[in-house]
Design a protein around this ligand. Sequence first.
Ligand SMILES: O=C(O)c1cccc(C(=O)CC[C@H]2O[C@@H](n3cnc4c(=O)[nH]cnc43)[C@H](O)[C@@H]2O)c1
Length: 221
Amino acid sequence: AAGAATALTAAAVSGGPYDLVVSAGIGGGFTGAAAEAPVGSLVVSDAIVAADLGAETPDGFLPVTELGFGTVEHLPPEPLVRAVARATGARRGEVLTVSTVTGSAERARALVALRPGALIEAMEGFGVAEAAAAHGVPVLELRAVSNPVGPRDRAAWRIGDALAALADAFAALPAALAEAGAEVFPHVAAAGPHDLPDGRPTDPQGAPASAAPSPHARRTP
Ligand SMILES: O=C(O)c1cccc(C(=O)CC[C@H]2O[C@@H](n3cnc4c(=O)[nH]cnc43)[C@H](O)[C@@H]2O)c1
């Protein structure tokens, strides 16, 4: 989140602001719920949810929104979610941000009871989404399932498989961005294909046609 905030600020100050923030990585897939995400599958967020941001009370968990401040979810643009799900084959659902990796079936059930639309949990998305929201930039979370959510079993983690699925998804992302196009990025479409901040031409997906790295497609820590 700190890296995303810093990169967004630096880009805005230098006159080449980002058009989209993507929080990507591996995560734990919920199983046994109405919808589930098996190991190796991909999930694209239709909501990025801070699942444990709030207060515990004798009567149960209260999200910060019920305490009267803050927010617990950010909603990526629907046309973008649709296009990314189609282009990558990802399941679409809620991506939970937690501060502790879930380690019991009881906690997994509690999370699904709290957020029945949850497909996957990870640790960074909500903070990244907060940074994007502060800059008015749309955000998306894309996760590949490395492990089932539930009793801790490090031997069951399949990080290599998940990262391979994520790399495949990124290869399909430019087509999804082009499909979502003007609906999600009207200012980019209005600027035309030759209007990158440094004047370089773009390819049909809006990426720089040259081999040089794009100011619109940078990675942050
Ligand atoms: O439990 C361990 O022994 C252990 C060893 C290495 C790494 C971890 C992590 O917690 C890595 C967290 C990292 O991966 C994402 N992630 C992956 N699976 C989950 C999950 O089931 N719940 C939450 N986060 C997960 C997370 O976003 C971090 O980037 C643990």
